[in-house]
Design a protein around this ligand. Structure first.
Ligand code: PMP
Length: 431
């Protein structure tokens, strides 16, 4: 489109690579968004797209959700004094503490990355140890320690996840590597051994109950209980990073998969589409933040933390997410995944589909639940994935590459049928 091309030219003068965000699209020209409506957005050139990115999965009600517009407008009109506490933050905190098992107390920050950073600091403060463990390939945001081996995308599937040394462009000191233990997903025996070996200096295991970039594959029940049991035995905390996976159920992802973590990190949907993050957990562990009565506490602040715009947007958005809304998303996701898998079987395609509830991902080849990295795509499969992305875009569907795609509550059956039929046509043409 012409308008997008012109915008991109201007952008290249002021942004080093023409964008101020990580470009998740492989398009030579980004799609500049003009407006959103429900499950769709329209770009500068008037093209309409079914939005399966949803602002990086934050828009669980789709674009322009009326209660959010009303609440934020009213809050703006009455002023935004966020250096003092407001009732808005108490309401959202009460909602989350009342809903998520294991969450007694919470602190709000601005992003998921910040939440993970403070959760790791809290675990260090509580245990007096410094190292952390994480699942190879899992993404937890922009804090040094969790940036080691983050993101396993079609371009690096099958490669060694851990870099031999941290190169300059990762921007972190090499010493960070010695503080990170990379765990193999769904490998019970290895994980038990790894935790035991490193226990003396291990503060926490950062664990996403359904890691998106590491395949969007559910952990086995045995793996969950091995993590839980071994961590407890060695005094290592378990941090559930639910920044993305919270959207899998009314009570969140840990409740869905039977994990009882010591700390939680939240973000994305709990802000109703506005910037947010949160650290939460039991009173006992969260007491590291307790500065009352002059106690020495872990410093935690932030200019925009708990700003009332994000608080009211999150509150009305989460209030509307009742059990029925999650049931709707569960059915939409099941239906779409079944349709995609049926098309794969029909055309004997070398692809597979993973995910649960409102999250899904299309992979090359069958996924091996034990070790996702074994699913190395051949050059042909990698090419198929690229072509698929282009076909979706040409048919008005935005599917983020390398990450989870999501469904939102305003999505009708017809919207998901469109995705399935574009996929089926694509496979039919190729077979
Ligand atoms: N943890 C997980 C599991 C995430 O998916 C993300 C963001 N995609 C983050 C942390 C970081 O959140 P943010 O982008 O808000 O910093």
């Amino acid at each position: 489109g012409r308008a997008s091309k012109e915008a991109f030219q201007r952008a290249r003068n002021v942004f080093i690579d023409g964008t101020t965000r990580v470009t998740i699209e492989r398009d030579p020209i980004p799609r500049y968004m003009e407006r959103g409506e429900g499950a769709y957005f329209v770009d500068l050139d008037g093209r309409r797209f079914l939005d399966l990115n949803g602002n990086f999965t934050t828009l669980i009600h789709g674009h322009r959700f009326a209660p959010v517009i009303d609440a934020v407008t009213r809050q703006l009109q009455s002023g935004t004094c966020f250096a003092s506490p407001t009732l808005a933050e108490i309401r959202l905190a009460e909602l989350i503490c009342g809903r998520v098992p294991g969450v007694e107390t919470i602190r709000f920050v601005n992003t998921g990355s910040e939440a993970v950073m403070f959760a790791i600091k809290a675990a260090r403060a509580f245990t007096g140890r410094s190292a952390i463990a994480k699942i190879e390939g899992a993404y937890h945001g922009a804090y040094d320690w969790v940036e080691v081996s983050q993101g396993s995308t079609p371009s690096n599937w099958g490669q060694a996840a851990a870099p031999a040394a941290v190169p300059y462009y990762h921007g972190m000191p090499a010493s960070v590597l010695s503080e990170v233990v990379l765990l193999r997903f769904n490998d019970v025996e290895l994980v038990e051994r790894q935790i035991a070996t490193h226990a003396a200096h291990l503060a926490a295991i950062v664990f996403d109950p359904m890691p998106s970039r590491a395949g969007l594959i559910a952990p086995t029940a045995e793996f969950i209980s091995a993590i839980q049991r071994t961590a407890k035995q060695h005094g290592v905390l378990v941090i559930a990073d639910e920044v993305l996976s919270f959207r899998q159920g009314y009570e969140g992802a840990s409740a869905r998969y039977g994990l009882t973590p010591d700390l939680f990190t939240f973000g994305k949907i709990i802000g109703g589409g506005l910037p947010i993050g949160a650290i939460a957990g039991s009173r006992e562990i969260m007491s590291v933040f307790d500065a009352s009565a002059g106690k020495p506490a872990l410093p935690q602040g932030g200019t925009f933390s708990a700003n009332p715009l994000s608080m009211v947007a999150g509150f009305v958005s989460m209030t509307a997410l009742d059990r029925a809304a999650f049931d709707h998303l569960e059915r939409l996701g099941d239906r779409l995944r079944e349709q995609l898998m049926a098309a794969i079987a029909r055309h004997h395609a070398p692809l597979s589909v993973s995910g649960a509830a409102s999250l899904f991902r299309i992979h090359p080849k069958a996924i091996l639940p034990r070790d996702f990295r074994e699913a190395t795509p051949t050059a042909v499969q990698a090419h198929v994935m690229k072509e698929l992305g282009r076909t979706f875009a040409e048919n008005g569907i935005v599917l983020p590459s390398g990450a989870a795609a999501c469904l939102s509550t305003p999505m009708t059956t017809a919207d998901t049928d469109h995705v399935a039929s574009v996929f089926d046509d694509f496979l039919a043409r190729r077979s």
